[in-house]
Design a protein around this ligand. Structure first.
Ligand code: NAD
Ligand SMILES: CCCCC[C@H](O)/C=C/C=C\C=C\C=C\[C@@H](O)[C@@H](O)CCCC(=O)O
Length: 261
């Protein structure tokens, strides 16, 4: 499966799930813009990727995705540098119930903004050649964790937005497939956030319940999430799909009952 000649942009690409996805994209010969707030981590990531895949195949662009103007500029820089855009992964996310407005900005508002920017650069509506967008939600959208009310709300929002804009893409012939991926617990630094009052606020007292949930449901490897992501990128039949990845069922899709009158 070759992505030779394709250009991808991955937000939150410097560590965790985003980094695993960046590696898969490079393994499949895409050019990649690694977009992340964390400068030190991004620069270290770029050095390692250059060593593994050769220079000139990826670039690190520091950007806070919750800053709309900065995100606009980052998309433009990617296209200026690589000449086109084909794949956008809106992955950056945080777990912060204390600063819950920031959680909405990063987990939901920036996903909406990132999708609209991706459409500006890829949609036939704008005279472009088409492409694919994947927005990262969570299995938290299918449970209602009492310890993460706002995180949960943002992940519900990502699914609702993605399914709606995917329908718009079909109806208006954007030529862009837009899908959503919902992992269960994944072994990344994000999981450590449940230990901290700065992240969890008053819900920090439930940290042991969290750990019990992780033991019950298991913890996935980032490489399996990257495998799911590659399926969404390569399967041209998928638009508006809701992919779930769990330890019990692996990579599978959520199905919705058709609405009756
Ligand atoms: N780890 C899990 O258990 C899990 C499960 C389901 C869904 N998710 C989702 O997957 C996505 C990635 O999570 P992860 O586990 O890899 O987290 P992570 O914390 O390991 O990595 C997130 C990356 O996003 C970057 N980031 C954070 N805020 C940013 C901002 N404002 N602008 C730009 N970059 C920013 C961080 O610097 C980091 O490199 C998130 O949307 C998360 O909600 C994670
Ligand atoms: C710790 C802070 C970050 C949150 C991490 C993440 O976003 C949360 C994940 C939450 C839940 C995982 C649940 C997993 C459940 C499955 O194993 C399974 O029991 C449910 C299967 C249902 C289905 O596949 O339809």
């Amino acid at each position: 499966m070759s992505l030779q000649g394709k250009v991808a942009l991955v937000t939150g690409g410097a560590q965790g799930i985003g980094r695993a996805v960046v590696q898969s994209l490079l393994q499949n010969s895409a050019k990649v813009a690694v977009v992340d707030l964390n400068k030190a981590c991004g620069e270290e990531c770029k050095v390692q990727l250059d060593t593994e895949f050769g220079e000139g195949n990826c670039v690190f662009l520091q950007c806070d995705v919750s800053d709309g103007d900065a995100l606009t500029d980052t998309f433009k820089r990617t296209v200026d540098m690589f000449g086109r855009l084909d794949i956008v992964i809106n992955n950056a996310g945080i777990n912060n119930e204390k600063n819950w407005k920031k959680t909405i900005e990063v987990n939901l508002t920036s996903v909406i903004k990132g999708t609209y920017l991706a459409l500006e650069h890829m949609s036939k509506e704008y005279g472009k050649e088409g492409g694919t967008i994947i927005n990262v939600s969570s299995m938290a959208a299918f449970l209602h964790s009492p310890h993460q009310p706002v995180y949960t709300a943002t992940k519900h929002g990502v699914i609702g937005f993605t399914r709606a804009i995917a329908d718009a893409s079909t109806q208006c012939d954007y030529g862009v497939r837009i899908n959503v991926l919902c992992p269960a617990f994944v072994d990344t630094p994000l999981l450590l956030s449940v230990e901290h009052e700065d992240n969890m606020g008053k819900f920090v007292k439930f940290k042991d319940d969290f750990k019990r949930s992780m033991s019950k449901f298991g913890v996935l490897k980032p490489s399996l999430i990257a495998e799911g992501m590659m399926r969404l990128i390569l399967d041209s039949s998928l638009n508006g799909a809701v992919m779930k990845i769990t330890c019990s069922k692996g990579i599978h899709f959520h199905t919705y009952e058709p609405l009756s009158a």
